[in-house]
Write a protein that binds this ligand. Sequence first.
Ligand code: ZN
Length: 306
Amino acid sequence: MPGSKRSRGIEFLIAVVVIAGLAAAVLIVKTVFFEDVDFFKKTTAPSDTATVTAATEPGTTALPTAVIPTVPTAPQEQGTSSAPVTVTSVPTTAYNIMHDTDNIIRLPTPQVITINEENWELTIVNVRFRMPEDYVVRTAPAIEGSDIELDYRVAPHYQAMYDAAAAEGCYLTPYSGYRRYSTQKTNYDNRTALYESQGFTHEEALAMAARVIMPPGSSEHNLGLCMDIVGTYDNWYTTREYAWLMEHAQDYGFILRYPREKQVETQVEFEPWHWRYVGVENAKLIKESGLCLEEFLNSPIYDAAG
Ligand SMILES: [Zn+2]
């Protein structure tokens, strides 16, 4: 019958439309949810006006879980417990500065600070405050037998924390502690060059690089006040070590320096492996308050404690 032939034609047309629709949906989902997984790829060209705008409020840019990059296997070190634990407190929808190429905040001209020896454990360096290049850091092995060093006043506290965790089968193996100013400069320059090669302007590249590697003198590593523990990889927050540190680090004077929910305040990517010494009393106050170091130093809590 001619009618049935036409209806088969219509069915075929409907099938084509449905398939095309499904393909479009897959493409949209891929674009929206997985574009940012490619960590260092520039996906959109930031307009000139966007380069100096302020970052959005934390939490307003709700990114799907899928943008949190995952590394399937963590680097293994001997004696390091690596069994992942379930961490329920990690916010998955927080603003993620690393992926925000529309709000690249131009780096301020840094102010060179004078280090106050009486208050040394609260010395702040960041993109706004830089240590003097000729400042001499006295170092000591972070733990017995390690060639990774910290400020000699911090090392005993790290050793105590290391021993306490090790007694529970959790090894806070030193990965990167004190770093020379010149090493920092090389690392930062290399990262800046990488972003320039991806099409960012020099100024944008400097700002993008500072989100992951501080400019020389702006890193706490240059002062020997912090430790990158075990390694630096994206799913670090799922490790036993992270869970242990979140519970106990403040008792040894260490804080999570760059929390995920404070990326706007610190202008640094979430670094679950980077733990900074601030002294036991300060660490406890910071932990209780939920503030990051920049906020804490400007808060009445600090004034009251000081
Ligand atoms: Zn670090």
